[in-house]
Design a protein around this ligand. Structure first.
Ligand SMILES: *Cc1c(COP(=O)(O)O)cnc(C)c1O
Length: 362
């Protein structure tokens, strides 16, 4: 008998997370030089990291023998967001805080609800905590809040909602999300994952953190991985009522965010120029890609993030043909969308390379 069988059934049932193919892996597999590969598969920032963050990382190397002190970033975020310091929970990426929320509020005998085609980390976190996954049907590939409400059971303790959502990019206007929160029982935690919040158009934005006063069962999560360009350093955060944040901080590993990530995040918050450039590049790239899809006669799902998901007859085959040309996008078979591919919005030249490769692949 295998020792692996001794792991609880909920652990053995977890499907491994499939990341975007690393550039180095494609280079090894196909013998393509690293420099000529275009990776638009993981919603990374094509501008790299903020120059201010880079300087801060270099300076932080001087104290790398010391354990991290997360005070400065916590305070900086609290100021930046207009919340109390004891409302902030730092994570090794926002995936980490999603996992903390699951460990605090889920357990065997409880369930969590999320949407069809939702972010793969929601089932991971739910199952790791021994809870049951309930999948609500999507509407136009995005969240159907009424269906999510209807799917909730008396044992439901967590609802996972990404807004905008990944991998399909749909956005539910904030008034609708707020109306939904009003229908959720007070003993159910709603995790509102706002990883792409900074890419929202000004007219779509509002202060969702202000809802925390009205809804003590709300947890809002955000990340430095996307518009701030720090995906490889791993830093994200949750904002919640202090009593919720306190529980999440108790199960958190004491030193979960490293010195370099802390320093980079503090500096990145101040680099408004970099954030604005990243936002503008994304808007222009979105137009470029959407125009390209139109020209090629391909349907796409209107996106509010830094990526676009488009329909294709055979996602796996086209993906393969793109890989052969050194272009990495994200196949979505694992998300129940085998006839779609997701492309991250890159620099103009990268988007053009992708569109040319796609045209050839078709
Ligand atoms: C990218 C992404 C995140 C952020 O993950 P990190 O762990 O912060 O890198 C969170 N939620 C969704 C839906 C995402 O797409």
């Amino acid at each position: 008998m295998s020792i692996a069988n001794q792991a609880p059934a909920n652990i053995r049932a977890i499907s491994p997370y499939i990341p975007g193919k690393p550039i180095t892996e494609l280079a090894r597999e196909m013998g393509i030089p690293v420099e000529s590969i275009v990776k638009l598969a993981s919603n990374e920032n094509p501008l790299g990291m903020s120059p201010k963050a880079r300087v801060a990382v270099e300076a932080a190397l001087a104290g790398i023998e010391r354990y991290p002190d997360n005070f400065d970033l916590t305070q900086k975020l609290a100021d930046h967001l207009g919340v109390a310091m004891d409302s902030v929970v730092l994570g090794n990426g926002s995936n980490d805080v999603l996992d903390l929320a699951a460990r605090v509020f889920l357990a065997p005998g409880r369930s969590a609800v999320f949407s069809q085609h939702a972010f793969a980390v929601y089932p991971l976190a739910t199952m790791s905590a021994g809870a049951e996954c309930i999948v609500a049907p999507a509407k136009h590939y995005g969240h159907d809040l009424a269906a999510i409400r209807a799917a909730m059971r008396p044992d439901t303790r967590v609802v996972w909602i990404a807004n905008p959502t990944n991998p399909t990019g749909n956005f539910v206007p904030h008034p609708e999300v707020k109306a939904f929160l009003q229908t959720v029982p007070a003993d159910v935690v709603v995790v509102l994952d706002e990883a792409y919040n900074e890419y929202l158009a000004p007219a779509e934005r509002s202060d969702t953190l202000a809802w925390l006063n009205e809804f003590p069962n709300l947890i809002v999560t955000r990340t430095f991985s996307k518009v701030y360009g720090l995906a490889g350093l791993r830093v994200g955060y949750a904002v919640a009522q202090p009593e919720v944040a306190d529980l999440m901080n108790r199960v958190r590993q004491p030193f979960n965010v490293n010195n370099l990530a802390l320093a980079a995040a503090v500096a990145a918050l101040d680099d408004h120029v970099f954030v604005a450039e990243s936002y503008d590049l994304n808007r222009r790239g979105m137009e470029q890609l959407v125009a390209g899809f139109k020209r090629l006669g391909l349907e796409h799902i209107p996106s509010h993030g830094n990526f676009v998901t488009f329909a294709i007859a055979d996602g796996a085959a086209i993906n393969q043909k793109l890989l052969q040309q050194g272009v990495i996008v994200r196949p979505l078979g694992g998300y129940g969308l085998p006839n779609h591919l997701r492309v991250t919005i890159g620099r103009e030249t990268e988007n053009a390379r992708f569109l040319a490769a796609l045209e050839k692949a078709l």
